[in-house]
Design a binder for this molecule. Structure first.
Ligand code: MSP
Length: 506
């Protein structure tokens, strides 16, 4: 049987400002999912990147006195650096100014045009540049953009339209037949909106309004609307134009993670565009709520601090751990630094970290006893074995159901269990009393369980867990699929004689 593939995406972010904790939220969760799938033996492709065309970027560049391309080049680097500090393991960082992306957009738009799904018309209505989207008078709040509460712009221009309305029945059929395509929490909302008001959408702007974009293949005087351009990153990102082999291997996406703000684009416009272009549809789009600070959605315009600020202050592992322990596909979650410190201190530093320190202290002290243990002394503690095997059997299911938080809680339960086991058995007393047989059993099961914990938590806190793997005698971190059965992994002769400090207390 060949390896199963898993293609996962994040939205591509507007690079006008550096990433903040809200953008990190989606990216970290996607990274953790990608790493779990990889650990489970899937052939993973993880795509993220930057959305570089459109009015918002154009104006921001001008405002700061930059040539637009130079501006986005600089900003894309800022993103890449921030993601690397946060240990994000993407396979490709796509930029919508990448040449293969531009060619992809042209090719797909040409297909849609030839199919008769694109026509020329006249657009008149409202537009919010911050959202980069059109609004009807009904959508506005006291005449303002409902998201940013700022004035919208009145646009009047010649434009090409995509016949979205023609896809109404096909979309409804998709939601009906593939219920997992839609995020559960928003299912009814999307379906009723599609039933009520599915209008054709404007997908281009004349060049005299905006030059900064991809020219339409059938009319050079227009550039593609930034959202049509952006959505197609998921197609170009896996090689549609440059690497057909890669494309046919990974397409379609298995999981597309987004924030709830861009639901309509991803669950309505996006599948319709793909239907029009004759491409297979993603298996599922999954949305989450917002990260808030003081109850307000984190965003640069609301004064958010940069991601780097937090990563420098707390470290990548701690930020990753906190964001994933808080993750919810159903509701907004508050980013609370005090909670972060308490959570990290109590769960990582005081429980896991402290346990590792104590276990290694005993290992160092009674090294001779442990390395001379015979095979028959290595007796398995059934309750620990069961606990580990239970979680292992559920990882894939939890990840598919986006139960990232719940999975980590399950793993942490083993950590607590192990800690209690140690405290109950008091191996330091056993050793002191020379009850070596029992001592070896406790130490053996402790370290054996630890190696499973290291593999299970590696996708969440890769830095600390790769150090732990080293201490446990492995030159690199192991995938879940590389672990042997419980009881067959630890070799006392290979452990490092160290005083590990995996987590500094905050
Ligand atoms: N460029 C578009 C997306 C195009 S995808 C084809 C865009 N960019 S954005 O920079 O505004 O990022 C939006 C995404 O960032 C959200 O959908 C979400 O994934 C993430 N978040 C930004 N702020 C967030 C919070 N405060 N909380 C949670 N996620 C947030 O829209």
């Amino acid at each position: 049987m060949g390896t199963k593939k898993f293609y996962i995406t994040t939205p591509i972010y507007y690079p006008n400002n550096p990433p903040h904790i809200g953008t990190a939220y989606t990216t970290v969760i996607a990274d953790i999912i990608a790493r779990y799938k990889q650990s489970l033996g899937y052939d993973v492709f993880f795509l993220t990147g930057t959305d570089e065309h459109g009015m918002k970027i154009f104006r921001e560049a001008k405002k700061r006195g930059f040539n637009v391309k130079e501006f986005v080049d600089k900003q894309a680097e800022v993103f890449k650096k921030a993601w690397s500090k946060l240990l994000i393991s993407y396979n490709r960082f796509i930029r919508t100014t990448d040449r293969d992306h531009e060619e992809t957009v042209k090719e797909i738009l040409k297909k849609m045009y030839e199919k008769g799904d694109i026509y020329k018309g006249y657009y008149e209505g409202f537009y919010c540049v911050d959202c980069e989207r059109y609004y009807t008078p009904k959508d506005l709040k006291n005449g303002l953009c409902p998201i940013h509460l700022r004035p919208v712009e009145k646009l009047k221009m010649e434009s090409y339209f995509f016949k979205l309305s023609a896809y109404r029945d096909k979309l409804l059929k998709l939601y009906e037949e593939n219920p997992e395509f839609l995020p559960e929490r928003y299912r009814n909302e999307v379906i009723s909106k599609v039933k009520e008001e599915l209008r054709d959408i404007s997908i281009s702007r004349p060049k005299e309004y905006l030059e900064w974009g991809i020219p339409l293949p059938f009319d050079e005087n227009h550039v593609a609307y930034v959202w049509i351009d952006a959505l197609l990153n998921y197609v170009s990102g896996v090689g549609y134009y440059v690497n057909k082999e890669e494309f046919s291997k990974y397409w379609p996406p298995d999981m597309q993670l987004i924030g709830k703000d861009i639901l309509w684009f991803h669950t309505v416009i996006w599948p319709a565009v793909l239907m029009s272009a004759g491409l297979k549809l993603p298996r599922r789009v999954l949305a989450h709520g917002f990260i808030t600070v003081g109850g307000r959605k984190v965003s640069k315009s609301a004064g958010a601090k940069s991601l780097d600020h937090y990563v420098d202050k707390y470290g990548a592992d701690n930020i990753r751990y906190y964001l994933s322990r808080k993750f919810s596909p159903f509701k907004d979650v508050e980013f609370d630094e005090e909670e972060l410190r308490n959570m990290v201190n109590s769960e990582l530093a005081n429980t896991l970290g402290n346990f590792v320190t104590r276990a290694f202290a005993l290992y160092n002290r009674y090294f001779e006893v442990l390395v001379s243990a015979e095979k028959k002394d290595l007796v398995i503690e059934e309750k620990l074995k069961k606990a580990v095997e239970n979680v292992l059997a559920n990882v894939d299911k939890f990840i598919d159901e986006l139960k990232v938080k719940e999975l980590i809680e399950e793993i942490m339960r083993i950590v607590f269990m192990l800690n209690n086991y140690f405290n109950e058995k008091e191996p330091w007393k056993l050793a002191k009393n020379k009850q070596y047989k029992e001592f070896i059993k406790v130490m053996f099961n402790s370290f054996e369980t630890l190696i499973f914990i290291a593999a299970l938590l590696y996708p969440v806190i890769p830095k600390a867990m790769s150090t732990l793997f080293k201490h446990l005698g492995y030159s690199r971190s192991l995938k879940i699929t590389e672990l042997k059965d419980y009881g067959k992994n630890i070799d006392f002769r290979k452990l490092e004689k160290v005083k590990p400090i995996l987590f500094a207390k905050l």
